[in-house]
Design a protein around this ligand. Structure first.
Ligand SMILES: O=C(O)CCC(=O)C(=O)O
Ligand SMILES: [Fe+2]
Length: 235
């Protein structure tokens, strides 16, 4: 099966329910081990990238990542284009519940045209690499005024085999309350869908907003790669 066919097999209503309840949801086995290894190997091929960020230099944590340049590698482009239409109805429903005006077009191409018209032209898909002692501070990937409310991260390395530690951590800040941390268990090839910034939660007096952040705990051993898929482009 191709990744595209696997996307058609996903139980989208169940995923949507989990996203509504928790602000994140896992697509198990979106990529096979060979596809993961192939993507991680791109890290060394600097021609694929527009820039490299050493996290410690910016106080973002420790470790590094690179943003892909256009044209994206075929698999990255396929995933970005084919995940998006499944997420649009959820994003638009959240926008309505959050009282926001913006609605997102059904095709990713049309959405990117909007980003580009607004001056957000730089590609945001990225590969991240962690080695022992590396970590990623809690953050949000907004990159401009126009941001799509959901993003996806695919774990490219095998936990327990290729690395230890390096857990994906999400926190959720509810108004006037303390933050809640979530650590979804992930295997190699699993894709995590999660809220970029805020999500609606049903309360006694209607919906309220909670704010999410994500990051990665310290890697204790080995090497860990992630593919990050952000649907808006960057200013
Ligand atoms: O390495 C990770 O799992 C986190 C990646 C990340 O921050 C992202 O995809 O936006
Ligand atoms: Fe991120």
């Amino acid at each position: 099966m191709t990744p595209r066919q696997r996307l058609e097999q996903v139980d989208w209503p169940a995923l949507e329910q989990h996203l509504d309840d928790q602000g994140h949801a896992v697509i198990p086995g979106l990529l096979d081990a060979g596809e993961c290894t192939g993507l991680a190997a791109l890290y060394a091929e600097t021609d694929h990238f527009r820039s490299r960020v050493v996290m410690a230099r910016h106080g973002f944590g420790r470790g590094e990542y690179q943003y892909f340049t256009y044209p994206l590698p075929t698999l990255v482009d396929t995933l970005r284009q084919n995940l998006y239409p499944h997420l649009v109805p959820i994003a638009n429903r959240w926008q309505a519940r959050l009282g926001k005006q913006r609605r997102f077009p059904v095709e990713h191409r049309a959405y990117l045209a909007q980003c580009h018209d607004g001056g957000q032209c730089r590609p945001t898909p990225l590969l991240l690499r962690y080695r022992p002692g590396d970590y990623n501070c809690l953050h949000q990937d907004l990159y401009g005024e126009n941001w799509f409310p959901l993003q996806v991260a695919v774990l490219l390395s095998a936990p327990g085999e290729q690395f230890e530690g390096g857990e994906f951590v999400l926190t959720e800040q509810r108004p006037r309350r303390q933050s809640r941390a979530m650590v979804p268990p992930l295997r190699q090839g699993d894709a995590l869908v999660f809220a970029v910034n805020q999500r609606p939660v049903a309360g006694q007096r209607g919906d309220y907003r909670v704010t999410l952040r994500h990051g990665v705990s310290e890697l204790r051993r080995g090497e860990r790669y992630t593919l990050g898929l952000i649907f808006h482009d960057a200013a």
